[in-house]
Design a protein around this ligand. Sequence first.
Ligand code: CMC
Length: 428
Amino acid sequence: MPDESLSITDNRTGKQYELAVSDGTIRAIELRQIKASEDDFGLMAYDPSFLNTASCRSTITYIDGDKGILRYRGYPIEQLVGEHSHLEVAYLLLYGELPNEAEFRQWSDDIRKHIELPPAVLQLIRSFPPGGFPMAMLATAVASLSNFYPEGRSVLDPQVRLLQIHRLLAQVTALSAQVFRRLQGLPPTQPARGLSYAGTFLQMAFDQVPEPVVEKAMDALLILHADHEQNCSTSAMRGVGSSQCDPYLTTAAAIGALSGPLHGGANEAVIRMLEGIGSKDRVPGHVQRVKEGELRLMGFGHRIYKNYDPRAKIIKQLAHEVFEVTGSDPLLDVALELERIALQDDYFISRKLYPNVDFYSGLIYQALGFPPSMSTVLFALARTAGWLTQWEELARDREQKIARPRQIYEGPPVRDVPVRKSSPVAPS
Ligand code: CMC
């Protein structure tokens, strides 16, 4: 038996089992040996919404939710923001180390050369109604790339995977910018040379080279959203990718997962909520409605963080810096008041509900010139680095198979289809 183990007595049979414990975890498949009878299928773990299930081993991102810690490859997020660019962080995520100068030049070139979108994809984006759902536009456009790069389906080839990673990292900037321009009813733009990743995106979105302060804020937001271990969209990425689906369709699935208001869509929902509240004096009434269960406080709470989300701390500070340059937004005062009141209230204290990454980010995006509906697209732009890294890690993990959870069947037992009294009438 290994050093650490768990003894289980099955009170149905009186049998005893020893399960190995490693990394504070038992292997759920080992439960299968525990059977009530010979023809029993074996014990399963029931875990709706994966509250307590580790689906993989990962070396990418570390979170301590109780202490409010987030690290990429061991580096505290606070040290990466401001010191390094998003593209360097994307390299760090993928390769495990920050790039040296030569590595960074090569990495930037490898990505930059894929930034041109197929003209038909630009046409596709232009075919969407300007009032459409930007996350659906992005997901459709990303999925459509599968038609242009069929070699992407050779997901077992590491060189092919790397090429698709370069291409997706480049094209998601162009796609996000062109989705923004479609929302504004503006024609597509061309990328300029010599700008950073964030700068290239902003230049394509606004058709002008961004102010350094705007580029810096955008870059920080990209880093803060780059990865967050096994969240809903990353689990979608891994789940869909586990079928050996190509990275374009897989990333489109992750974008769909991110769009929901309980996940990335919360950043837009926060702005809508703050607009709905309208002024500081109406905050207590809103909080009361939340406490009565009528609404959720958007941008608050997290499955893992039971402390202040470290990303929200940095973003709050960033919001103050950006507003100093762009001029204040009255919604920031509403947000600050909402946070102040919620953090003193026993409802939120007892449930350990703190502001999360989405609470202040939408306000900054607005200050940078984006409408609220673009907020989640900007989240997706940033998270693409994390999704692709997790997808690559999945592809290299020999323990991984197709994701296929089980269920507890609660439907009717076998029964006979009733015999019809007359033959069916064909529809006219
Ligand atoms: N407002 C009010 N009550 C809340 C909130 C909230 N935002 N979040 C959780 N609760 C309450 C919930 O009602 C429950 O109370 P009770 O025990 O009395 O039933 C308790 O807190 C635990 O909630 P839960 O739903 O079991 O928690 P969860 O881990 O399943 O959900 C969450 C996490 C993020 C979906 C949730 O906190 C939420 O809906 N927050 C608002 C949406 C949001 O901001 N999402 C962004 C998440 S962070 C970034 C990202 O993932 O993209």
